[in-house]
Write a new protein. Structure first.
Ligand SMILES: *Cc1c(COP(=O)(O)O)cnc(C)c1O
Length: 424
């Protein structure tokens, strides 16, 4: 079925998919068309069931079709799916986010992570009256024009340097520097200090595999932006509400001026948000002059699902996610070492990624140097065994609270069998 659906899809959807990594180009083969998800498992159109480590790329932190999240969405839909007028749920969601995230006074909802980073940059530029931004090679912030330079995720998977259709004007104010490099950031501020509105970063780079910040690097970014009157925009679209109650901001003790949220915040529905200090957020219309809007922003169905999911994410949930990640990471590391396959598993909290290489990966160059052909073979070996991993060696793996110890052990056992075939 996946084969025939994909053939039909390719006729009417570019590449057969609505987001590039889904097409399996990074690993080869035909993408599985999913028909059903329940807890930690997905079932494809051919009736094959897999233990899922993609989890919609992060949003489904409680597993597929969590009964409370489903019920909240159904209830909200019954009473009215969209008004174009404010609703109680939006207030409650904003209050929940403000209560969880240190330093966030106000938030505004949007519909995707792309919109969140794009809007946060606009308000940051409006607030500082400056044009230039610094981003890191291999970090992914959605597909907004200004950010589509040396981006991670699908851009990395497909090996695209930069995207045609993005004008030089759109990226002319984007300065790209290597992640974990202090000198390059310092040099950018020396050359353009008074023109730099902000630095945008993932707190843990997780769209080129998982590449944590070096010791002290976040402190360095905070200090250099402050010294130059620039802002620090932390893109927590992947890490927010995943790494801890208060995301990476809480876990790593960050002090961002602006934060972008997405993925987990929407409970599997199209919802994202951005927030920050009141003096910055009050630049937004209708209070201030920076325009930003959306017909479906703060959609009641998405808000109900997202809020329900957030309220279930307590300290126990994060402890469970971390313990499951520990078990999986330890098991995989042992499987590769027993098979004599050089592998490097990098993590922060429950977020982790796998590189087939024998050295630690600290930047995009290192991520590209890993053995991505071997990742493709590992991926297909695991898929055949019933374990659905990210179809690209540039992506993180995701556990949910619905995964059990038995699920993890089954995946580790399969990995040991597949690892043995990778050695040759
Ligand atoms: C997924 C992601 C985005 C883009 O979010 P979309 O909802 O896909 O537009 C932005 N930033 C980071 C860090 C992400 O992981």
């Amino acid at each position: 079925m996946s084969e025939s659906l994909f053939a039909r899809a390719e006729a009417v959807i570019p590449g057969g998919v609505n987001s590039p990594v889904r097409a399996f180009r990074g690993v080869g083969g035909t993408p599985r068309f999913m028909a059903k998800g329940e807890g930690p498992r997905v079932t494809d159109e051919d009736g094959r069931t897999y233990i899922d480590y993609v989890m919609s790329w992060g949003p489904l932190i409680l597993g597929h079709s969590h009964p409370d999240v489903v019920a909240a969405a159904i209830d909200a839909t019954r009473t009215g799916s969209s008004y174009g007028a404010p609703t109680r749920g939006e207030v409650e969601l904003a209050e929940e986010i403000v209560a969880r995230i240190p330093g966030v006074d106000q938030v505004r909802c949007v519909s995707s992570g792309t919109e969140a980073t794009m809007s946060a940059i606009r308000v940051g530029r409006g607030f500082t009256g400056r044009d230039k931004i610094i981003k890191f090679a291999g970090h992914y912030h959605g597909h907004g024009d200004a950010l589509l330079v040396e981006a991670g995720s699908g851009v990395a998977t497909l090996g695209l340097p930069n995207s045609p259709g993005v004008t030089a004007g759109a990226t002319g104010d984007t300065i790209v520097v290597p992640w974990n490099d202090r000198d390059a950031v310092t040099a950018a501020f020396e050359a353009h200090g008074d023109d730099i509105a902000l630095i945008i970063c993932e707190p843990v780079a997780a769209n080129m595999g998982v590449v944590p910040a070096a010791d002290g690097y976040h402190r360095f970014l905070r200090d250099i932006t402050r010294d130059h009157g620039a802002l620090l925009l932390v893109d927590e679209v992947m890490t927010g509400f995943r790494l801890a109650r208060g995301g990476a901001t809480e876990l790593l003790g960050l002090e961002p001026d602006l934060i972008a949220f997405g993925k987990v915040v929407g409970g599997g529905f199209p919802l994202a948000a951005f927030g920050g200090r009141r003096e910055i957020m009050s630049q937004l219309a209708p209070v201030g002059p920076v325009y930003q809007a959306g017909t479906l922003s703060g959609n009641p169905v998405a808000v109900a699902a997202g809020l329900t999911q957030l309220r279930l994410l307590d300290a126990d949930a994060y402890a469970r996610l971390d313990a499951l990640a520990d078990r999986l990471i330890d098991g995989l590391a042992e499987a590769f070492s027993d098979a004599g396959v050089p592998a490097c598993i990098q993590r922060v909290g429950n977020l982790f990624g796998l590189f087939f290489t024998d050295t630690a990966v600290t930047d995009y160059e290192g991520a590209r140097a890993a053995d991505h052909d071997r990742y493709g073979r590992f991926f297909h070996g695991m898929l055949a065994e019933g374990h659905y991993l990210p179809p690209s060696g540039y992506e993180a793996m995701f556990v949910s609270t619905a995964h059990t110890e038995d699920d993890i052990d089954a995946t580790v056992a399969a990995a040991a069998r597949v690892a043995a075939t990778l050695a040759e």
